[in-house]
Structures are given as structure tokens and as C-alpha cells.
Design a protein around this ligand. Structure first.
Ligand SMILES: Nc1nc2c(c(=O)[nH]1)N[C@@H](CN(C=O)c1ccc(C(=O)N[C@@H](CCC(=O)O)C(=O)O)cc1)CN2
Ligand SMILES: NCC(=O)N[C@@H]1O[C@H](COP(=O)([O-])[O-])[C@@H](O)[C@H]1O
Length: 213
């Protein structure tokens, strides 16, 4: 069975969606470990409850970001993971790490990339007066939030919304689309060739897969 490692930094609601999808067989794979760069986060409790191995890698335990990423990478290699899933992992990965695992790292980002890379995406969208927002699943490379886009989901922003309304609406879509993308990868349907994403041998457009209308 193919193996997944999930990297987290917080609550782990995205992780839980992946745990649940593997448990019901929607994703034909096993989460073999959960890695966190923060201790005492609820995502680690979710891993424990699911009987999944978990490890914490604290930045202060390493001399550099590279040393930390090398340790994480060695741990992942020893597990024989096929896919590395960033699920709210709030640490920028070194170019060495992203090149070491090129094509095998995905992330979900709470905006319609390339709009709003980085942090505080909901606040920025609201302040800009946007009427739609969303989330993006993409391959991870050295350019933060710049990797090839795989799939996006859009949500409306209503005039009466506050930030948490938009965040909740977006997160609902995240929990839906991330397991789908991971399933595609586990079924060998999704590949990164160079810097471009392909699904079933077809080059994905810049904004990722678009379901037939
Ligand atoms: N090399 C890459 N690393 C990461 C990517 C990526 O695409 N390429 N995606 C991010 C996830 N992410 C947005 O989706 C993101 C996470 C964190 C940051 C950031 O600025 N982090 C700060 C620390 C923030 C904190 O500790 O609260 C930092 O690392 O200095 C930006 C974007 C995961 N990594
Ligand atoms: N820039 C990365 C980023 O902001 N990722 C976001 O963190 C949340 C993780 O929540 P969780 O810890 O409950 O899974 C998710 O909404 C994800 O889009």
C-alpha cells in the first residue's frame, strides 16, 4: 500500500479529513506518520487517536533550517513515503528539501493562487473588497505558494461576511478537494513533469483541473 506522511503545525482538521478518507478507502494509501514543527498541537492528538506514528521537529533543536529539513527528509526516506502532504504546515521548506522530494510534496493554500500567496489571506481578501475567495492545492517547490496548481475551489464572499465566515466556507471546500487530489496521486493519475502538473497525461491549465461544465 502506498505511504503518506503529513506535515502539520496546528489543529489538524485537514489531517483529520485525510485520516478519514484513508480509513474509508477513498484514498488507497496509509498515513505512516504525522510530523509537526510545533509541540502540543491538537493535530498530534488526532494522530494519536488514529494510532498513527508522529514526531515533532522543533526548529530550536537544529542549527539551521537546512539541518531541520534534512532531519525531516531522512525520517521521511526511512519511512519510504510516496507523498508528503503539507496540511497547515507553517514553515517555509528549504530549496534543498523541495528539490529532494520534487513532485512528491503538495500543499493546500487558503486563496485562489496566484492571488494572495503567504499569510493572512482572508484578511487581505476582505480588505480588498473581493467578492470571491477560495483555496488551492498545488505542488510545492522553492517558490512559496508558487508550485504548479492542481485544483482550486471557489467560494463567494457576501457583504455581511466576517473573516471567520469566509474561512469556514473555504475550509469546507478544502476538506473536500484535498482528499481528492491525494487520491489522484495515489492512483498514479497526477504527476509533476518539470514544473507542470499533469492529470491522466493531460497538462493541467494554470488554474488547475477544471471539471467539465
Ligand atoms: N518551499 C516552500 N515551503 C512551503 C510552501 C511552499 O509552497 N514552498 N508552502 C507553505 C505553506 N504556506 C502557505 O500555504 C506558508 C506557510 C508559512 C509561511 C511563512 O511565512 N511562515 C513563516 C513563519 C510563520 C509562523 O511560524 O507562524 C516562516 O517560515 O518564516 C508562508 C506560507 C509551507 N512551506
Ligand atoms: N499557508 C498555509 C495555510 O495557511 N494553510 C492553511 O492552514 C489551515 C490548516 O488548518 P488545520 O491545521 O486545521 O488543518 C488550512 O486552512 C490551510 O489552508
Amino acid at each position: 500500500m502506498k505511504k503518506i506522511v503529513v506535515l502539520i503545525s496546528g489543529q489538524g482538521s485537514t489531517l483529520q479529513a485525510l485520516i478519514d478518507a484513508c480509513a474509508i478507502g477513498q484514498i488507497p494509501a496509509q498515513i505512516v506518520s504525522v510530523i509537526s514543527n510545533k509541540a502540543d498541537v491538537f493535530g498530534l492528538e488526532r494522530a494519536k487517536s488514529a494510532g498513527i506514528s508522529h514526531r515533532v521537529f522543533l526548529r530550536k533543536a537544529f542549527d539551521s533550517n537546512l539541518a531541520m529539513d534534512n532531519a525531516i527528509g531522512d525520517y521521511i526516506d526511512n519511512l519510504g513515503a510516496d507523498l508528503i502532504v503539507l496540511a497547515g504546515y507553517m514553515k517555509i521548506l528549504t530549496p534543498e528539501f523541495t528539490q529532494r522530494f520534487a513532485g512528491r510534496v503538495v500543499n493546500i493554500h487558503p486563496s485562489l493562487l496566484p492571488k494572495y500567496p503567504g499569510l493572512n489571506t482572508y484578511q487581505r481578501a476582505m480588505e480588498a473588497g473581493d467578492t470571491e475567495h477560495g483555496t488551492t492545492v498545488h505542488f510545492v517547490n522553492e517558490e512559496v505558494d508558487g508550485g504548479a496548481i492542481i485544483l482550486q475551489a471557489k467560494v463567494p464572499i457576501f457583504p455581511e461576511d466576517n473573516i471567520s465566515d469566509v474561512e469556514q466556507r473555504t475550509r469546507e471546500q478544502e476538506l473536500r478537494i484535498y482528499p481528492l487530489v491525494v487520491k489522484w496521486f495515489m492512483e498514479d493519475r497526477l504527476k509533476l513533469v518539470g514544473t507542470q502538473a499533469y492529470l491522466d497525461g493531460q497538462l493541467l491549465p494554470p488554474q488547475g483541473y477544471a471539471a467539465e461544465e
